[in-house]
Design a protein around this ligand. Structure first.
Ligand SMILES: NCCC[C@H](NC(=O)CCC(=O)O)C(=O)O
Length: 446
């Protein structure tokens, strides 16, 4: 790597991937509740995306799954006895709780943390705040392991600064990078746009039907922790009506890359003001803003939620143009596919579309962008990253074989209490930490 670049870290799907309807407000999660899942296929689909992007020359990393079912969480709820007894008891008493502590939701690493590049922070380091994921119980239990994983991968204190998750309270509900966009050249200071669902201390109305998962207070706290210059951070409200239509994170309705923001006309509470503010703030940094707005009369919010058009990855190519990575569902929807093709026709900064089958993840409301955490790194910082988590052809083969050895091709809620599954998971994860050189990051390893 010769200059500052973005590296994408994708979450590897865990062996207990299943559909439990745990995320009220995320309509795919609710719709596919208790459907049979295929963890092996889910992991392979994710790996195939990582491999294809690495092969195309994009820097690609891997973030490991978490330990699930998470027995320490069950013990904290008062379940006692041997691991086997605990699993049997919770399965009989509260199967939904067993699902929650077994969810593979840590795969959606866009919610793992908020990351700020060193170019934007006063101390010149890359900052990470692991998200507390307060809004959903099954996700709130991710925060500690996420912190351990990030510390194991970005270990150098002279390059990387890690902050504890925000205090677990509704006031500071934080869902990480899914509600955060960084605009501007990778090489210079840029603008960090935090998108929140609700201002807990203000009067503006939030969504009425579904929860707002990101608060303004959380976004502001992260900006302070990351030492962002006030003129380089901005806070905008997501359109509450969009949240009520199933846009549970901002990355379901907009995505940025360098100068570009690709977004739906109704993404924000005041979309015109967002456009104007970004133009002005980037101009102050002597940079241009390139908005790509999709009008509501071409793609409705419902279509955006159904296809995940905006949950795409925009990636900078060596030729100065960008590629857009979209899920198969976009190609399957005529109006959405036509719109995307029109937008990427002659002269557009986006000159390539790449389609991936991510159906296993999509059924839980996670598209290409949900599966990745963006980290912009200078060449020096890149060298300081644990090199074992970088995707290479050899790593891809090892991981695919590892998945085939350990993952089931069918999983339902009823399978979660199976003592065998717990052993399978622990054996697999123990091997994985060795493969990726991560040390002991899981509770069962301590
Ligand atoms: N960024 C995408 C996140 C998707 C995730 N879905 C879930 O957790 C669904 C799990 C289930 O219902 O089994 C969520 O809503 O946080």
């Amino acid at each position: 790597m010769t200059h500052t670049k973005e590296m994408n870290f994708d979450g590897l799907v865990g062996p207990t991937h299943h559909y439990a309807g745990l995320s009220f407000g995320n309509e795919a999660s609710t719709r596919h509740r208790l459907m049979q899942a295929n963890p092996r296929l889910a992991a392979r689909q994710g790996l195939a995306k990582m491999k294809a992007l690495a092969d195309a020359g994009f820097a690609q990393g891997i973030l490991p799954p978490h330990e699930r079912p998470h027995l320490p969480s069950l013990r904290r709820m008062g379940f006692s006895g041997s691991d086997q007894e605990i699993l049997a008891r919770v399965a009989a008493a509260e199967p939904q709780l067993l699902s929650a502590v077994s969810s593979a939701s840590a795969m959606w690493v866009a919610n793992a943390a908020t990351v700020s590049p060193s170019a934007d922070s006063i101390d010149g380091r890359v900052h990470f705040t692991a998200a507390n994921l307060h809004s959903k119980f099954h996700r709130a239990i991710e925060a500690d392991t996420t912190s351990a994983i990030l510390a194991a991968i970005f270990a150098s204190p002279s390059h990387f600064r890690h902050h504890s998750p925000l205090i677990q309270n509704g006031l500071f509900s934080d869902e990480g990078a899914a509600n955060h966009n960084r605009l501007g050249s990778f090489k210079k200071p840029g603008i960090q746009m935090f998108v929140y669902g609700k201002d807990m201390l203000g009067d503006a109305t939030g969504p009425l039907r579904y929860p707002a998962r990101q608060t303004l207070q959380a976004s502001q706290a992260v900006a302070r922790l990351h030492q962002l210059r006030p003129e380089c951070s901005m806070f905008v409200q997501q359109n509450p009506a969009a949240i009520d239509l199933g846009v549970f994170h901002n990355d379901v309705i907009s995505v940025s890359n360098e100068q570009v923001l690709f977004y739906h006309q109704q993404a924000f509470a005041d979309t015109g003001a967002v456009r104007e503010q970004l133009t002005r703030r980037l101009a102050a940094l002597e940079q241009q803003f390139v908005p790509i707005e999709v009008p509501a009369d071409r793609v409705s919010i419902a279509d955006a939620v159904q296809t995940y058009l905006f949950n795409s990855q925009l990636l900078s190519k060596a030729n100065g143009k960008m590629t857009i990575v979209v899920p198969e569902e976009v190609r399957g929807h005529r109006a959405v596919w036509e719109t995307l093709n029109d937008l990427t026709a002659d002269g557009s900064v986006i000159d390539q579309i790449q389609v991936f089958d991510l159906r296993e993840s999509m059924r839980n409301g996670g598209g290409p962008a949900c599966l990745r955490l963006r980290v912009q790194l200078t060449p020096d910082e890149y060298q300081a990253v644990n090199q074992r988590v970088i995707m290479t052809p050899a790593r891809f083969d090892e991981l695919n074989q590892w998945v085939d050895r350990h993952y089931r091709d069918r999983l339902c809620q009823q399978d979660l209490a199976c003592p065998q599954l717990l052993n399978e998971v622990r054996t697999a994860l123990d091997e994985l930490t060795q493969l990726l050189g991560l040390g002991s990051i899981y509770d069962f390893q301590r």
